[in-house]
Design a protein around this ligand. Structure first.
Ligand code: ATP
Ligand code: MG
Ligand code: MG
Ligand code: MG
Length: 475
């Protein structure tokens, strides 16, 4: 059986043999791209090459790229632990053509890698193409030889990619594998018609073909390009014959480590399993984000990291851990990934310190916060209400360090939502009071510069939440 490390190597070798230059993963913090929260695809580091702003001495590249999808345009945070295929941190295998080969070769390479190198059964593979992309449809049918009914035309929402509102864009074609009826969500289950785990999306081939102008007109690019991405954990799970990413060797080892620490068995209880998956996933994201230079904080990228860590801490609590444990699972992650990421593994001491410090601080308030929340949920249920008042959510945030999404996640299990407008106005009220306090404190004599500093500190403290509500990208 191939390990994930072997699959990663086989992928890179395969493309190297086909004249691709192997390019190392870039760090998770985007370099020079304030529009992006974290690197979330293999193509990110090549953006300027695709745009023609930067020249490289190669026209074909391949990489295994560290990615995080926990905010901004791609946010899989809520999916973690619940679907079999989503992570916050994952590796994306990709091959790229910068004005060199196009659809025919991209399709043939991907197909041959999956069916010959990885020996996936042809009978289980399904293809989607963009509805107007007759060219791609014909390649799959005539050159690859697939029956027409296995190539499905999809609309713009699913099979058309764009870099932004303007600029490079184009149709894509995705390769899925049918995982069988046991993974199906019901009789209507099909590619595109539902979001369950039966038809697992493996590989996305993007055909960068047009330049979109501000008025929406598509002009063919003189030199079309290729950008592809396949999740390593997904292909590893499929090759290893398991139906969940969490059962492939990359994740299973971490879960086994958590099982051992918790003295509990994965597979015994569904809620417990969710917690183990969340901790495994979030430990990977936490370890890699911190090793790449992000620190937990109250704003921006650091606040996304903090939210991930606090979610993990709450699940650790649910599994029965009363002492910090994530500083151990994150070290385990880095050590077990040392073969592929030796430079990350050198930062274990630093990562352990940062994680432990954050965990210790949060554990102190987690219990008290949870107690308040439990009482509040009981009260709401008694009164047959389904909305948690905004000021309670704000008190949990302000006094107990509960990010709003953590509170939402906890009460969602009881079918309760949060009055977010109430939360926002409680936050605003708090800010107003802070300003009043300054005015009335008789300390106007304090040097202006000092006061400004403190005010900035306060502001950045509270802006953290504003800056990163569910789907906003940092700008
Ligand atoms: P999905 O529909 O399953 O959410 P996607 O269409 O959002 O996936 P793409 O943006 O096309 O994913 O990314 C390319 C590939 O990266 C996917 O085909 C998949 O193999 C992998 N991938 C995407 N998101 C994740 C994730 N959260 N965890 C693990 N692998 C992922
Ligand atoms: Mg997605
Ligand atoms: Mg998809
Ligand atoms: Mg996709």
């Amino acid at each position: 059986m191939l390990t994930a490390n072997e699959i990663r190597s086989r992928f890179l070798c395969y493309f190297k043999e086909r004249n691709h230059t192997l390019v190392p993963s870039s760090p998770l913090i985007p370099h020079n791209d304030p529009t992006l929260l974290f690197i979330n695809a293999g193509m990110n580091q090549f953006k300027d090459v695709f745009l023609g702003r930067e020249k490289r001495d190669y026209v074909r590249a391949s990489s295994a790229q560290k990615c995080v999808r926990a905010g901004g345009k791609h946010n899989d945070l809520e999916n973690v632990g619940r679907t079999a295929r989503h992570h916050t941190f994952f590796e994306m295998l990709g091959n790229f053509s910068f004005g060199d080969y196009f659809k025919e070769d991209a399709i043939r390479y991907a197909w041959e890698f999956l069916t010959v190198e990885m020996e996936l059964p042809v009978s289980k593979l399904w293809i989607t193409v963009f509805q107007d992309d007759d060219e791609a449809f014909a390649i799959w049918r005539d050159q690859i030889g697939l029956p027409e009914e296995r190539v499905i035309r999809m609309d713009e929402k699913d099979n058309f990619w764009s870099m932004g509102d303007t600029g490079p864009c184009g149709p894509c074609s995705e390769i899925h594998i049918d995982q069988g009826e046991s993974m199906s969500c019901g009789p209507d289950c099909g590619i595109g018609s539902c979001d369950c785990d039966r038809y697992l999306e493996l590989w996305n081939l993007v055909f960068m073909q047009f330049d979109r102008s501000a008025d929406g007109v598509l002009t063919p690019l003189p030199k079309p390009s290729i950008d592809t991405g396949m999740g390593l954990e997904r292909i590893a799970a499929v090759v290893q014959g398991v139906q969940s990413n969490y059962d492939c060797d990359l994740l299973r080892g971490i879960i086994a480590y958590i099982e051992k620490l918790a003295g509990k068995k994965y597979g015994d209880d569904e809620e417990q399993d969710v917690s183990m998956r969340v901790i495994a996933d979030h430990s990977r994201a936490t370890a890699f984000l911190i090793a790449d230079g992000v620190l937990p904080s109250n704003e921006g990228r650091g606040y996304v990291l903090r939210r991930i860590m606090r979610r993990a801490a709450r699940h650790a609590k649910m599994l029965g851990f009363d002492e910090p444990v994530l500083y151990r699972s994150t070290v385990f992650v880095l050590e077990s990934m040392a073969e592929a990421y030796p430079e990350m593994a050198q930062r274990t001491d630093y990562v352990a310190k940062v994680v432990k410090n954050e965990e210790e601080r949060f554990i102190q308030t987690l219990d008290n916060g949870l107690r308040i929340l439990t009482d509040e949920v009981a009260r709401l249920q008694q009164e047959k209400q389904t909305v948690l008042p905004g000021e309670i959510a704000f008190r949990l945030y302000d006094t107990f360090g509960f990010p709003l999404d953590l509170t939402a996640d906890i009460v969602a299990g009881e079918s309760i939502t949060i009055d977010e407008a109430g939360f926002d106005s409680a936050m605003e009220e708090q800010r107003r009071k802070a300003r009043e306090h300054w005015k009335g404190s008789g300390e106007e004599a304090v040097a202006g510069i000092y006061r400004q500093l403190v005010e900035d500190g306060l502001r950045s403290e509270f802006n953290g939440y504003d800056n990163l509500t569910a789907n906003s990208e940092i700008v």
